[in-house]
Design a protein around this ligand. Structure first.
Ligand code: CP3
Length: 355
């Protein structure tokens, strides 16, 4: 078992004792940091940054140099998997992600390969190995993927979407095609996350950014079912340690019990759920990750600290809380405010632990 200097994050996910509540931020490596923008410019563009192990490692470590974060997250993107399936990912300046060859029909879905993670996605595994080496056991490394449903929305819509018109049309007109797609994606994600774990990821998180746009019935059938399949297929112990799995459905507050029942170790919460309610509902089964509104980082330091204190009091005493934002940090946030947030979690949470 390789040694970790700080394993609070892993311990909290397993609901074990910690001295202070661990904290990290979704999208902690990103455009709010001037040093990130400089490294991305050096790489040329976002995908070149993801494909260059040394530069991906550099941007992964940048937020850890500024703040005493309790975890690092692999610098990559959820859309690497559809790209490896042949859809041709590209980023237009200011437009977000796009695919050259979006899926339109059952025939397109049938022709999709399940990518070999050590081959088409070998650059991600190289980044994981490089980051682990450079972290030198400082904090654990989180690996991640998108949920099958969330990946499918981009693959069918051809990019970001507001109304999800095309994928919902497919859901009603050709449900068998969508189920085949989701099943292939679940198989691909299992291989991809297990390869990340073998390469050195010490915990993995599944981002279901768009599960919350489904009806309550459709969420269970088209999103949660395939995340459950992933949880069942993952390596849960590696290098002498449990590898915790976190599931995060944005806008998923109404399904917390069902998410917790998949056998995951932790459930991510966005800011629309009260953490004390979430703890009462599922806190005896899983750890909770979250859940400050990322917009709070626009507020003055005193207001940020007050919000951190409120969330800590909502969770109360006891183990099983990983502090985070309820979604990714916004790109126009003042980096100093992120520091206020991280320090407030460590300082204000001490009374809730020990004794
Ligand atoms: O958290 C981290 O620091 C690790 C890196 C990470 C990125 N994307 C880097 C990134 C992670 C975990 C993701 C996940 C991701 N990517 C999700 C799920 C989480 C979420 O935010 O809901 C989704 C839906 C995507 C797809 C994606 N990638 C979009 C919609 C965009 C454009 C967003 C924008 O604001 O322009 C990306 C690009 C992307 N991925 C960036 C970063 C830092 C910005 C690209 C840039 O530098 O120009």
């Amino acid at each position: 078992m390789s040694e970790l200097n700080n394993d609070r994050y892993l311990r909290a996910l397993l609901r074990q004792d910690v001295d202070t509540t661990p904290v990290w931020m979704m999208r902690q490596a990103g455009r709010y940091l001037p040093e990130y923008k400089a490294t991305r410019a050096q790489a040329g563009d976002f995908m070149s940054l993801c494909r260059n192990a040394e530069l991906a490692c550099e941007v992964t470590l940048q937020p850890l140099r500024r703040y005493p974060l309790d975890a690092a997250i692999l610098f990559s993107d959820i859309l690497t998997v559809p790209d490896a399936m042949g859809l041709g990912l590209y980023f237009e300046q200011g437009e977000g992600p796009r695919f050259e060859r979006p899926l339109r029909s059952m025939a397109d879905v049938q022709a999709l390969p399940v990518p070999d993670p050590e081959d088409e996605l070998g650059y991600v595994m190289n980044a994981v190995r490089t980051i682990r080496r450079e972290l030198k056991g400082q904090v654990p490394l989180i690996g991640f993927s998108g949920s099958p449903w969330t990946l499918a929305t981009y693959m069918v819509e051809g990019g970001s979407s507001k109304a999800f018109t095309k994928i919902k049309q497919m859901m009603y007109a050709e449900p068998a095609a969508l189920h085949l797609l989701l099943d292939k994606l679940a198989d691909s994600v299992i291989l991809y996350l297990n390869a990340q774990i073998r390469a050195g990821a010490q915990s993995v998180m599944v981002f279901d950014t768009w599960g919350g746009v489904l009806t309550p019935r459709d969420y269970l059938e088209f999103s949660l079912r395939y995340m459950h399949k992933i949880v069942d297929g993952l390596i849960r112990e590696h290098d002498g340690r449990r590898v915790p799995v976190t599931l995060f459905t944005k806008n998923g507050g109404q399904w917390l019990e069902q998410i917790a029942a998949t056998g995951c170790d932790a459930v991510g919460l966005d800011w629309t759920t009260d953490i004390s309610d979430a703890k009462r509902r599922i806190g005896d089964k899983v750890a909770l990750q979250g859940n400050m509104d990322p917009s709070l980082l626009y507020a003055a330091p005193a207001r940020i600290r007050e919000e951190v204190a409120t969330i800590l009091a909502g969770f109360g005493k006891g183990n099983g809380h990983v502090f985070n934002l309820g979604h990714g940090i916004h790109q126009d946030v003042d980096p100093e405010h992120a520091g206020v947030f991280v320090d407030a979690v460590h300082e204000l949470s001490r009374p809730y632990h020990g004794g």
